[in-house]
Design a protein around this ligand. Sequence first.
Ligand code: IMP
Length: 207
Amino acid sequence: MKIVIATRNSHKRAELKRLLTPLGEGVVSLEELDPRGEIPEVEETGTTLKENAFLKARAIFKATGLPAVSDDTGLEVEVLDGAPGVNSARYAGENCSYEDNINKLLQEMVFVPPYQRKASFRTVAAFVDDELELSAEGAVEGVITEKPEGFGGFGYDPVFSVENMKKSYAQLSDDEKNRISHRGKAVRNLVEKLRQNGKIAEPLSNI
Ligand code: IMP
């Protein structure tokens, strides 16, 4: 089955492409289908991760006519009542950088002691084609570090330390992150649902 990955975020695309490898050669990125960027950016106007994941998958299915897989992710910090959550991309304002978001988060938490720095990363992955809409979730618990640690990954990876690993996401290899991450869990759950609904033959192998 040909499936399009409904994101223009190059980091997410790389993770999703790797996670969807077992679905075969048919997994293509939006850049491959639309190298000149003619398909308009999908506005994330939903109030939940699930709404935004479906906004993206539906729009890209409609634009390409191909089954689409999207994800929407939020970092939920306990002491900030779940913020930045669904606003994780724009936490420090429109058009802000990953660094701006991290700086704002660390600033908000500057007086928060280590034992109160609990957070979770949550992803909703969605699939849309002409006969089926499915979504699945994945979450990982951790803490927000006091300063950035590690150089890999993207977004909030340098300040999210995974529970029981004592390493930030940015200190993991791409494969290690995919094995344990919120996105890895959500995509494996989605693929299992696709298999149960007869969309694919095999479960995701152990990435
Ligand atoms: P989106 O709305 O799903 O594109 O993601 C919102 C924001 O969350 C992104 O702009 C990133 O800053 C952050 N984000 C998403 N996924 C990850 C991840 O795997 N690690 C770190 N930050 C992430």
